[in-house]
Design a protein around this ligand. Structure first.
Ligand code: SAH
Length: 439
């Protein structure tokens, strides 16, 4: 592990080199079932009729009693899927550099809120905080605070262990927006919230890695009579089984969520994701900051992407609900539309391009130069390949950013240009999205 110390200061990382080839790799998880979730859904459907796919997804993933995210730590080799921050520390380190670069480009505000949505095991924020400590002198005494948005009590505990060790406190009142607080290993305040709306105002860098794909989607099918919503119903042949049905009449969602000129046969829309992006955009306009959203997705072209993962295998989305992760590709064209014109959207660009622009090759070389253990070297190379190879995560995962308009504005007149330059506010290239990024 000597290479870590030569590269970054900080406590030794957890060992997370047990790389699985991808979310599709095989591993058997037998015998897991959750009849209570199925019962909950069937009684709901019996009482009020078929439910929307969005309601199905919301219940299955985040129902406060038995939701998949609420009860499980599903990440890693023993879980249902593995993510980039879990595969290599380099991933979070490069995003840490991105955060510092955006903070500098904004004119180095005195306070910096680092906000992560859906932090999983906390690995991404943990790697970023190590970079912040390393770049302490560049951060110039800025008051950094960490804000995590997490619905899962189980995962918030895992995050607290990872980020704070013992220095943590669960807030007793259910009514407070903050439900958990702590101090990071590097001495920074951390607070946990359930909703984006609860985060305090102020200059913020927002990060969302594999967060938007977990938010509920509505599904629509083109029919002779126009768009109709796909719903989840009980199979009349087998009362213990669920099935998809196309609702015969228009629903509120089918009449409001589809673009008139959409040419697809089948469309998925995630209004919750839209509301969150609007919230981020408004905050960026009002208080300054930037958002970096990384997920698998498309630009308004794909159709049926709703799927389940269990034990690193594809899993029928309607089978044994509550025991598998449910996810849908993120529609970046929808997020861009919802962000509105007051912010600038960059991307989506592939993970490979983003990481290459951020200097992943140089970082890998630095780590390899300082590492003499053959198996660790092999793991470093393997995880680099997993993140950047176009056949693996390099292509499927996309990076998308929301930035303040002033961030990219070229000075209009010479006089103003001079003023900006004096204040150190000449727009810089956006790291990661432009090859000039960090050179
Ligand atoms: N970002 C992490 C984890 C991805 S899994 C990684 O890449 O490894 C999705 C995360 O979002 C989990 O932490 C889950 O509990 C959280 N989550 C899912 N739905 C949420 C919601 N509606 N509000 C807040 N957090 C949510």
């Amino acid at each position: 592990h000597s290479y870590r110390h030569s590269y970054l200061v900080g406590p030794p990382c957890r060992c997370r080199w047990a790389v699985m080839p991808s979310r599709h790799c095989s591993m058997s998880v037998e015998g897991r079932s959750d009849p209570s979730m199925l019962r909950h859904l069937t009684s709901k459907i019996t009482a009020t009729g078929p439910i929307t796919v969005a309601e199905y997804m919301r219940e299955v993933l985040t129902n406060p009693v038995s939701g998949y995210y609420v009860k499980n730590d599903m990440l890693g080799a023993d879980g249902d899927f593995i993510t980039s921050p879990e595969i290599s520390q380099i991933f979070g380190e490069l995003i840490g550099v991105w955060c510092v670069s955006e903070w500098m480009a904004a004119g180095k505000p005195k306070a910096l809120q680092l906000v992560e949505l859906g932090p999983g095991r906390g690995s991404l924020t943990s790697d970023i905080l190590r970079v912040f400590r390393q770049l302490q002198s560049a951060l110039n005494g800025a008051a950094v605070s960490i804000h995590l948005v997490e619905v899962s009590p189980k995962l918030s505990q895992v995050q607290a262990e990872c980020l704070t060790g013992e220095r943590t406190q669960v807030c007793v009142s259910d009514k407070e927006a903050v439900y958990h607080t702590g101090t990071s290993h590097t001495g920074l305040p951390i607070a946990w919230y359930r909703r984006v709306e609860d985060i305090p105002k102020g200059f913020s860098i927002f990060l969302a890695h594999e967060f938007f794909d977990a938010l509920p989607i509505h599904k629509f099918q083109r029919t002779d009579k126009g768009w109709r919503e796909v719903m989840v119903d009980i199979d009349p042949e087998e009362p213990e089984k669920l099935r998809f049905v196309v609702f015969p009449a228009p629903t509120l969602a089918s009449t409001t969520l589809i673009q008139a000129d959409d040419k697809r046969e089948h469309v998925e829309v995630c209004p919750e994701g839209g509301v969150i992006v609007q919230n981020l955009a408004n905050r960026i306009v009002e208080d300054g900051g930037a958002a970096l959203i990384a997920d698998y997705g498309h630009d308004g072209t794909k159709m049926d992407t709703f799927r389940g993962f269990r034990g690193h295998k594809l899993h029928d989305v309607l089978l044994a609900p509550g025991t598998a992760d449910l996810t849908a590709d993120v529609d970046f064209s929808y997020l861009r539309r919802m962000a509105g014109g007051d912010v600038v959207c960059l991307g989506p660009i592939t993970q490979r391009t983003f990481l290459k622009n951020m200097g992943i090759d140089t970082r890998l070389q630095v780590l390899l130069r300082n590492c003499h253990d053959a198996s660790t070297r092999a793991q470093l190379i393997q995880s680099y390949d997993m993140l950047t190879n176009l056949e693996k995560m390099g292509q499927r995962f996309q990076f998308f950013s929301l930035l303040s308009r002033s961030r990219l504005a070229e000075p209009q007149e010479e006089g103003e240009g001079l003023k900006r330059r004096k204040k150190g506010r000449v727009p810089l290239p956006v790291a990661g999205f432009s090859e000039l990024g960090l050179q």
